[in-house]
Design a protein around this ligand. Structure first.
Ligand SMILES: O=C1O[C@H](COP(=O)(O)O)[C@@H](O)[C@H](O)[C@H]1O
Length: 228
């Protein structure tokens, strides 16, 4: 695990996304508010994404046009800003199907394209103040899922309190590279819980440890405040 404190971690992620896109990679985007700047910066680089495929770490069970949708955020900030003939294939989670049917549909998509042991080239993740990542919340049963690659999440551990669809830990931990992008003082305790000297196993992010890949934690100074 490599922990990097950067002045502008969003710019580092933007570069990583563009580099992966131009290599024709399978890339997992994440949701929430933190990655928006990275997506906008990546969009501004005018890269050709047409050989790549974009997936999602998790989704809220809302229609794709909802202001709560992770797909909508990624589309507004990045995907919709790429020149039409240079856009990637986009595999969105269908939140509108509900957690169980939506998870089953995405699991089928993943298995069809990437097999039962997917190895995404780049998985971007965020971290909630409660140390959740994707939509895997501390103490919830979905964190213990070992067979499925995608799970429905009936009860979210924090706002917005809508059901979710999420990649599971086995799916995430098979990736070639996972990058956490975490900024802000309100995340400092969660960062220490997940990536400090004595990681708290209740924290889902503390259980993102790759079987054969590179794990990079990108922080700003504020988010790193709880680390020694
Ligand atoms: O609900 C979610 O939260 C996490 C963290 O989001 P942030 O707003 O604190 O950046 C995010 O990584 C996840 O994709 C999202 O669904």
């Amino acid at each position: 695990m490599e922990i990097r404190v950067e002045e502008n971690p969003a710019a580092v992620v933007a570069d990583m996304l563009v580099e992966a896109a131009e290599r024709g990679s399978h890339i997992v985007l994440t949701g929430g508010s933190t990655p928006k700047l990275a997506y906008e910066l990546a969009a501004g680089k005018g890269a050709n994404w047409s050989g790549s495929t974009v997936w999602f770490s998790d989704e809220r069970c809302v229609p794709p046009e909802s202001g709560l949708s992770n797909f909508r955020m990624a589309t507004d900030a990045l995907l919709g800003r790429i020149m039409r003939d240079q856009r990637p294939a986009v595999m969105r989670m269908q939140g509108e199907l509900g957690p169980d049917a939506g998870a089953a549909a995405y699991e089928a998509d993943v298995r069809e394209q990437l097999g039962g042991s997917p190895r995404w080239d780049l998985v971007l993740l965020g971290l909630g103040p409660d140390a959740h990542c994707a939509s895997l919340f501390p103490g919830k049963p979905e964190v213990e899922e070992r067979q499925r690659l995608v799970t429905g999440v009936e009860l979210a551990g924090m706002e917005p309190q809508v059901p979710r669809i999420s990649l599971t830990l086995p799916a995430i931990n098979g990736a070639r590279k996972v990058v956490f992008l975490i900024t802000g003082k309100d995340k400092a305790k969660a960062v220490a819980r997940a990536f400090g000297d004595a990681p708290d196993p209740v924290s889902p992010a503390a259980r993102v440890r790759l079987s054969a890949g590179e794990l990079v934690i990108l922080l700003d100074e504020a988010a790193a405040g709880g680390l020694k």
